[in-house]
Design a protein around this ligand. Structure first.
Ligand SMILES: [Zn+2]
Length: 239
């Protein structure tokens, strides 16, 4: 099997190195380092967490917020950098009291687009409408992929809405016409072509597409309550 790019998992050292580098390049070095928490989340690749309510007069500091980055899955270095810099933009907007008109409002998008253009990053945000073709939808999003094997020999795919994962799993495992259920995780933008299923609806997937996109994804298990990669590491030790 040929690897197109090197894959890695986030470490504290890596996140801090990227933070320091892009802090200088993008934010004039203005952002103080903030606590980084590595998570085992499959559904949130990153998050910037800060208090919802904040008196206007009170200065905003790094001790009041933190950044979460998932180390759960192998990702390309470029994808990880995109995630970290995305969260840094949220941090910058919060830290500098910038008023924006949404979570990914005009100020956010202006910064993101400027950084993408200047530094060759490929950050994007969910929910942006696009008139481009499916193959040019290159947004990096986590996908929870269910492959079902049916009694009549067909192999079908369902890309699941996160909140319906366990309901969909229960529906397929209870279905007598389904003989096997496999789960996969992938950030491959190819899966963006499937809308997120909220019910156990499945679509045909060709052998070529399966081999190219599913078989190269991260195999996962679902027991009806817990969804995790088969190669899951031990949970992090609590501080
Ligand atoms: Zn965001």
């Amino acid at each position: 099997m040929a690897f197109i790019f090197a894959v890695m998992r986030a470490t504290l050292d890596f996140v801090n190195t990227v933070f320091d580098h892009y802090n200088v390049l993008c934010f004039g070095g203005r952002l103080p380092r903030l606590p980084i928490r590595l998570t085992d989340s499959l559904t949130h690749l990153g998050a910037f967490v800060h208090p919802k309510v904040w008196p206007a007069s009170r200065p905003r500091g790094a001790g009041e917020c933190h950044m979460r980055i998932s180390r759960c899955l192998d990702r390309s270095e470029d994808e990880l950098v995109d995630t970290i810099v995305h969260e840094m933009i949220h941090y910058y907007i919060w830290y500098t009291h910038t008023v924006d008109d949404g979570p990914h409002g005009r100020q956010f998008l202006a910064l993101m687009n400027d950084i993408n253009r200047r530094l060759g990053l490929t950050m994007s945000v969910r929910g942006l409408t696009t008139s481009e073709t499916l193959d040019s939808d290159t947004r990096i999003k986590p996908h929870l992929i269910c492959i079902t094997h049916w009694r009549d020999g067909r192999r079908l795919i369902t890309v699941c809405a996160r909140k319906r994962l366990f309901e969909i799993h229960a529906a397929f495992t209870a279905c007598p016409r389904v003989i096997a259920v496999e789960w996969w995780w992938s950030a491959d933008p190819w899966f963006n072509r499937y809308g997120l299923s909220r019910t156990a609806k499945a679509m045909l997937i060709s052998d070529t597409d399966y081999d190219k996109h599913v078989a190269t994804a991260t195999p996962c298990t679902c027991d009806g309550h817990k969804f995790q990669p088969i190669t899951a590491r031990q949970p992090s030790s609590k501080p």
